[in-house]
Design a protein around this ligand. Structure first.
Ligand code: SF4
Ligand code: SF4
Length: 94
C-alpha cells in the first residue's frame, strides 16, 4: 500500500524514488519484478523488458531495495542527507 503521508507531511512533496540511467540499463526487468508497489511499469520492446519509473511517489521513502537487484548499476536515488533535510524543513511548515 503506497504511503500518502510521511511523518505527517504529504508524501508527494518528498522527491524520493529511483532514477534509471538508460546508458547502463540492460532492460533485464529485475527492478520492476522486484518492487511490488507499482513504482515501475514494463514496456516490452524487441524481446526486452524496458523498465519505466511511472509512480515514484509509491516508492517507500529511504528504501533502495531495487538498486541492489540491478547488477548494471543503473538505478540511483537522491541524496539521503539532502532528503532528510528537506523532510525536516517540510515538518516545520506543518
Ligand atoms: S534492474 Fe537495472 S538493468 Fe535491469 S531493467 Fe532495472 S534498471 Fe535496467
Ligand atoms: S526503492 Fe523500494 S519501494 Fe522504491 S521502487 Fe525500489 S523496491 Fe520499490
Amino acid at each position: 500500500m503506497p504511503q500518502e503521508t510521511y511523518h505527517g507531511g504529504p508524501r508527494s512533496k518528498i522527491p524520493w524514488g529511483p532514477t534509471i540511467n538508460y546508458e547502463n540499463c540492460t532492460s533485464c526487468g529485475k527492478c520492476a519484478d522486484y518492487c511490488t508497489l507499482g513504482v515501475y511499469e514494463t514496456e516490452e520492446k524487441d524481446g526486452k523488458k524496458r523498465s519505466l519509473v511511472k509512480k515514484p511517489d509509491n516508492c517507500v521513502v529511504f528504501c533502495r531495495g531495487c538498486e541492489e537487484q540491478c547488477s548494471a548499476g543503473a538505478i540511483t536515488f537522491p541524496s539521503k542527507k539532502e532528503t532528510r533535510e528537506l523532510i525536516r524543513k517540510l515538518q516545520k511548515t506543518l
